[in-house]
Design a protein around this ligand. Structure first.
Ligand SMILES: *[C@@H]1O[C@H](CO)[C@@H](O)[C@H](O)[C@H]1NC(C)=O
Ligand SMILES: *[C@@H]1O[C@H](CO)[C@@H](O)[C@H](O)[C@H]1NC(C)=O
Ligand SMILES: *[C@@H]1O[C@H](CO)[C@@H](O)[C@H](O)[C@H]1NC(C)=O
Length: 456
């Protein structure tokens, strides 16, 4: 009897703690924000007590009827770039900074879901460790583990979302983060039914180093960025995966150096590799995955005078409203300068993990902004097709166009009703940034596990 009462009291106590904690993380108002009808939260979750590691999140509830909407975790890549600055404030979040204020993004993904943006791993954005040795040699394994602990702890703050349908989404290097996290969740679920994982979606993802990177040569060539003879060298003398591999081992061979110089000279500094149709001066927030394209580090787009997101997130009043602190860094940065990520993890194939997720019954969508030359659609399409064949999945939707309104939004193909590929027409590496409306249509169909719309 006494224990029952004690337990009951304990439960009650925990519930009170829980709601008060989420209450502490509630954002009253972001500076310059328009009035909205949904709630926002942000703050820290400790993922490692001993190493004093804390990850920063920004959570926006769905615009309407949040209790019945799914929960979606979004991760940006890099490795080392911020899901708050890139994902939330430039791509699919409810607001975009403009001068002193925030303007509404009409195609925000919180129209369809409760969106959780995580700055991961430690050393990215406002996430930190008090033990700076934790920034050294941090790679995919630790990132996946910390992200898993983050979600477990986050659900203690927001127990009301524990039974919501959970989706994990992300782009670029999140082609590593997302499948690796989903795999840990499924392992954890074997003993404790905990994560209600219903699917993953990956935009222009790094899934298999050689296939993804070597599709660049043909993409450059077919879009007129390099000549016939350079294309030949870039596919025979030294291909891009070999160059990157040599680069990260600190020994670029003379032949690769010669080929890359030629490629760089012809493609020039004046088009954006994340969208070959764009002029160069777009926000440096979009320099995500500069890390996976080392040859472009020197030509990083710093000429842009204004960087609204960087300015906004470095305001003291904004940081206070977000409950954020800068620990061990002077400034909030789009991509971390303190993190020393194990870049050779780039070569770990994650397409095989995607295969194991599908075998476990988790639906997967791989989509590509079709103007991106960094992780071109052609490599992703090949990988998806190859995986479908390996798994014995036949096409359940043949390669066809899909529509957003009266216009073609892109192409799609579905295998075994579980593995989908789609392109987003006219979209960059950051698809929701350049094609917000088409991206939202794709996102909605994915959440509802419905085929992409045809012309009605
Ligand atoms: C980091 O150190 C500060 C100051 O001692 C402390 O308040 C904070 O809780 C520590 N962070 C973590 C994650 O332990
Ligand atoms: C890229 O180069 C490596 C090393 O020379 C080679 O093993 C690989 O087959 C090449 N890949 C392609 C697609 O040409
Ligand atoms: C896929 O198609 C092949 C050839 O038509 C057929 O033999 C096979 O049974 C199909 N597999 C499934 C899982 O439907």
């Amino acid at each position: 009897m006494e224990t029952t009462v004690a337990l009951l009291l304990l439960c009650l106590f925990m519930v009170i703690i829980d709601s008060s904690v989420s209450h502490n993380d509630k954002i009253t108002m972001l500076p310059g924000q328009p009035q909205v009808g949904f709630q926002q939260f942000s703050g820290y979750v400790t993922v490692d007590e001993r190493k004093q590691k804390a990850l920063f999140y920004y959570f926006v509830e769905a615009e309407v009827d949040s209790a019945s909407k799914p929960l979606v975790l979004w991760l940006n890549g890099g490795p080392g770039c911020s899901s708050l600055g890139v994902g939330a404030l430039s791509e699919n979040g409810p607001f975009r900074p403009s001068g002193e204020v925030l303007v509404r993004n009409e195609y925000s993904w919180n129209r369809e879901a409760n969106m959780l943006y995580l700055e991961a791993p430690i050393g990215v954005g406002f996430s930190y460790s008090n033990d700076t040795s934790a920034y050294v040699a941090l790679g995919d394994k630790i990132t996946a583990r910390d992200n898993l602990v983050f979600l477990q702890q986050w659900f203690l703050k927001f127990p009301q979302f524990k039974h919501s349908d959970l989706f994990i989404t992300g782009e670029s290097y999140a082609g590593h983060y997302v499948p690796q996290l989903a795999e840990l969740m499924i392992q954890f679920n074997k003993n404790h039914k905990f994560f209600n994982l219903k699917g993953i979606a990956l935009g222009n993802p790094v899934l298999e180093f050689a296939t993804d990177f070597n599709s660049r040569a043909e993409y450059f060539w077919s879009h007129g960025l390099i000549s016939d003879s350079t294309y030949k060298m870039f596919t025979s003398s030294c291909n891009y995966s070999r160059y990157v591999s040599e680069y990260y081992r600190g020994s670029v061979s003379p032949v690769c150096s010669r080929v890359m110089n030629q490629v760089t000279r012809e493609t020039s500094r004046f088009v954006d590799k994340y969208d070959v149709t764009l002029d160069v001066c777009i926000s440096s927030v979009l320099s995500q995955s500069r890390v996976i394209t080392p040859q472009q580090v020197a030509e990083r787009i710093d000429v842009c005078v204004e960087d609204e997101t960087v300015n906004y997130l470095n305001r003291r009043d904004v940081q206070e409203a977000l409950h954020a602190r800068l620990v061990g860094v002077k400034k909030w940065e789009v991509c971390s300068n303190v993190l020393d990520y194990k870049l050779l993890d780039l070569e770990i194939p994650t397409i095989s993990i995607v295969g194991s997720l599908i075998k476990a019954g988790i639906p997967v969508l791989i989509y590509s902004g079709d103007q991106d030359s960094v992780i071109p659609l052609t490599g992703s399409r090949t990988l998806v097709h190859r995986l479908a064949r390996q798994l014995g999945l036949n096409a359940t939707i043949p390669y066809r166009v899909w529509f957003e309104g009266m216009q073609v939004g892109g192409w799609t193909q579905v295998y075994g009703n579980i593995l989908s590929f789609a392109t987003i027409r006219g979209a960059s590496h950051e698809a929701p940034f350049s094609q917000p409306e088409r991206s939202l249509v794709l996102f909605k169909a994915f959440l509802e596990s419905r085929p992409l719309p045809q012309l009605v």
